[in-house]
Design a protein around this ligand. Sequence first.
Ligand code: PLP
Length: 405
Amino acid sequence: MEKLALAVDGGTPVRIDEFPKWPIFGQLEEQLILEVVRSGKWGGTGVVHSLEYTPKLPEMEHKFAELHQAAHAISVVNGTVAITVALQAAGVRPGDEVIVPPYTFIATAAAALAYGAVPVFVDIEEDTLLLDPEKVSGAITSRTKAIVPVHLAGAPANMSRINEIAAAHKLRVIEDAAQAVGASWEGRSVGAIGDFGTFSLQSSKNLNSGEGGIILTNNDELAEIAWSLCNVGRSRTGAWYQHDRIGQNYRMTELQAAIVLAQMTRLEEQMQLREKNAKLLTELLCRIEGIEVLKLDPRITRHANHLYMFRIASAMTDQIDKTDFIRKVNAEGIPISHGYVPLNRNEAIVNATRVLTGEDKVYACPVSERLSDKEVLWLGQNVLLADEQAMHDVAAAIQKVIQSY
Ligand SMILES: *Cc1c(COP(=O)(O)O)cnc(C)c1O
């Protein structure tokens, strides 16, 4: 095959067109925001100022719960706080251990540390990048209280196995579903398969209001505790100045709820587009020697396709340097990126853990480390909202660069 000059060497880039701008919004966002502004009810408490106005937060929470077949949705300021509150409501106490994967956003572990709980890293599966359930049992101690699987990039973790292990050891399960709005495992929506599920509505997520978060649960009692922790220790039925526990004010605003309600009307269509593009991209990447796509467990009944992650094949990493590869593909007009550094290697996490435990524990997570250093590549969430041609461009750029090694 004829070798084309790479863009880094002055050749013509495969793609010049931009990828879609994010967020996508229109008149509905404007209209709903205006309703909130004019109502004068901007905050997140249950106080109603006007009889003509129906508060948007309860409506949004109801719709979010319904979308995930969950009994309760509690809105909070962000996805990080959602995890901290869920851990606390689930009975995790300072000093307790919480099992988390190392290949995730820092919030998964930082949320535990924020409450004085100790993150214990259990490595991921090489072919899915998700928490490896078979390695969980070996990390359980008498201080373990919870498992926090992450539905990374929109792919549900193996919830059947994780719930089984948790039940056997009487542990709580908190699903970090920040990247997986609308995803499902064996027909059950993520978020309420464990004791709690937490979501982020931060700008980069598939459903966003700039900032925000949601806690889901099917457990009535846990829902009340979580709600109380986010509402300065009040109870839903109690008096205004009755505070039954120490909680914080973690409420979202009506303005944010208005944006989420508008964005929700666009979600299903965007999910279908993401699905179609991810499927096509997978087909195209499968044909490229030296590239490995992620394995999808057939029990994943819906993938949220938040980010698109794939790998340089292990057999090729002697020839292909990941950093060099990214630079060359970027020059072809395709925004692939490096992705996470495993959290077991993050110094701030290691130091905070040392302060809490007084121990100098170093976790070896060889799969996460090798994949992060040498193999895993990411495409941002807006890429999957582009057209079919864009998927062909992504594959063509990767093929072109691979051939140059
Ligand atoms: C975004 C994200 C969070 C944190 O959400 P924020 O709303 O930014 O606090 C937590 N976990 C994962 C996996 C995320 O991607």
